[in-house]
Design a protein around this ligand. Structure first.
Ligand SMILES: [Zn+2]
Ligand SMILES: [Zn+2]
Length: 168
């Protein structure tokens, strides 16, 4: 099993990010860079769902099983002003945006992106939202939620993750 990370329009991210994802899931991570032109723009935003069929094709043609796209573009979903990330388990694809995760503190910025990325990959593996405020599967409605949770799963989600991974 492998996780593919697609960096859109050259956001500079490091091996450190990929290593952290690899460690969290115990799954190998590979990465590529892609260009993506968003068609349905809302001001300076892109509908998150536009990325998913694009990512689905990329993962289908790779030797990875699931894919996470990472973009600097601000993304939204119908009914929301903006979202940090979106996933579609049937497409094996998720996207996260760091437009609203930015911080002057580099470590905080890294942690935020990592937490939201782990959250979306968690969905792709079969995890649902968690009511534990510290758990990575807690849905972040604002940056405060994101900062409060940690880049790890609670015991319940960790156990569920193991079960889901066995089924994959
Ligand atoms: Zn979620
Ligand atoms: Zn949990």
């Amino acid at each position: 099993m492998k996780i593919l990370i697609v960096y859109f329009n050259k956001p500079a991210f490091s091996k450190k990010f990929e290593n952290a994802i690899e460690k969290t899931f115990g799954i190998g991570v590979i990465s590529v860079k892609k260009e993506f032109k968003c068609k349905t723009k809302r001001k300076n935003q892109c509908n998150a769902e536009n990325y998913l069929p694009f990512l689905e094709k990329i993962v289908f043609n790779s030797d990875a099983d699931i894919v996470l796209g990472v973009t600097s573009k601000d993304i939204y979903e119908k009914g929301y002003i903006a979202v940090y990330g979106v996933s579609a388990i049937e497409k094996k694809s998720a996207i996260v945006s760091f437009a609203r995760l930015k911080s002057k503190n580099k470590k905080q910025f890294f942690e935020r992106l990592l937490k939201e990325s782990i959250h979306e990959i968690g969905h792709l593996i079969g995890l649902i939202h968690c009511s534990n405020d510290k758990c990575a599967m807690k849905c972040s409605l604002g940056i405060g939620d994101c900062d409060y949770k940690i880049a790890e799963f609670c015991d319940k989600c960790e156990n569920e993750l193991i079960k889901c991974l066995e089924k994959m």
